[in-house]
Ligand binder design. Sequence first.
Ligand SMILES: Nc1ncnc2c1ncn2[C@@H]1O[C@H](COP(=O)(O)OP(=O)(O)OP(=O)(O)O)[C@@H](O)[C@H]1O
Length: 505
Amino acid sequence: YSYYTFIYKLQIEVSNEEQWKEALLAPGLLVVDVYQRWCGPCKAVQNIFRKCKTEYGDDLLRFAVAEADDILELSSLKGKCLPVCLFYSGGKLLSIVRGVNGPLLQKTILELVDVEKKKQQLGSKYVPEVNHGTYCVVIIKPDAVAGGQVEAIRKKVSASHWILTQYTGYFRCLFWVISLRSNYVQEVDMGLSDCSIEMDSRQLAFFFPTLNVTSDTQAGSISEIQKTLALIRPSLLRKRKDEILKTIHDFGFQIAMQREITLTDEQAKEFYKDHDGTDYFPGLINQMTSGPLLALALTREDAVLHWRGLLGPKVVDEAKEKSPESLRAQFAIDNVAINQLHGSSTPEEAQRDLNKFFPTEHTLAVIKPDYTQELRDSIINRIKEAGFSISQVTEKKLTRDMAEEFYKDHVGKYFYNHLVDYMSRGPSVMMILSKENAITEWREMMGPTDPEQAKQGSPNCLRAQFAKSILENVVHGSSNVQHAMDNIMLIFGDIPKQTLLKKEK
Ligand SMILES: Nc1ncnc2c1ncn2[C@@H]1O[C@H](COP(=O)(O)OP(=O)(O)OP(=O)(O)O)[C@@H](O)[C@H]1O
């Protein structure tokens, strides 16, 4: 097309890719009526366009007609031209209006021309306004979740003008709320038959009862943080450990706990006892015991469903064929028929799985003498906030004999007598803390022995914040399972031992 046709004709005709590119690059708003050969361009919309041109007409508003068959980008509209009008600026699709809807066409043109004017006036200072009122619910159906298509769908959403603001799991579906990044209505074509998108306030209210659609999109409350168990099987762990850990991280999971472990035949059979008798059972057990595997406790919102969604089909060949993007396809190991990644199927199963690989541990925590009531309460609050349960608690003054026994490993050190004096001069708070990984996590909360070193390396730890000196360093924690058992016995005697053993079962 030429400058002259543009001036004299209301709509330029675009009939090949070159013209399409040229039309998209020109400045201002481009309104394209997409038609199909058998019905021709829509006469009714031309009247509306002419009216708009006279009313708002300036060189920021251009019209075109294009045949769906001629242009690759428009080919998805074949059979759907009712008519369909597309609105472009700077080569980007901004909005779609279907059908001869005069008021909507006029309103859309007016709003978008207005945006073009602002862009022209403000240049690089122009910031698009965000319309918080436009929300959609995306339902990702079970087949798509199980088929490992979640990530492909997420990419499509974020490549468009939509932002994922909330998500939740329900039955075996994922529900997302997406909201518009920009100021106009736009349809999203996910190009996936498994994904239905609907705009319906009843759905929103049902699945996201706390969503406040008038609030800032980022402030919407994200669903609960969950934990799930992921297993990286021995062959993958040997060959591509760093890569799979990076991928897990990239997908927004935190690794709350990890443990490398070589399972015995018995342990593997117990873990997969529901699969006993299947033809793949011997291969699975063989693979599970062929070396160390890595057990991970992964956390993020809806961790269980998200991790399952990424894994894809269980059978490696099926994963490769149907969901090549899925992790089981991406991280398949040559000549190994068993998939390399496990994930719990439900939150209940996740809890059971996690307990197997990260059993509840008990540790002895002590708030050392001279604490104030306020300090005691604030340390106990921190303990609870960190997710420990306090299985037993007592306040008691150690006798000198008990203090000597408690710190017997330090006999002969220059600070030993001072330490025994300090520990026996007033009451201490003695607690049994229970949690997976309790020993390590409580020691991390305490921080290094010397508060000066603690202030440098971990300023939020208890010793950095409350310790007076390396000797009077506020808190104690067992250093290993044996110490924990010995000291719990020393302080609490026989009864809790039985309680603890019962809990461990
Ligand atoms: N160099 C030192 N000078 C003075 N006191 C020390 C010194 N090193 C350790 N202590 C005291 O002895 C306690 C036991 O020392 P240890 O090396 O076991 O440290 P910890 O395991 O960090 O502390 P805890 O056993 O009390 O949990 C310390 O908490 C501290 O009260």
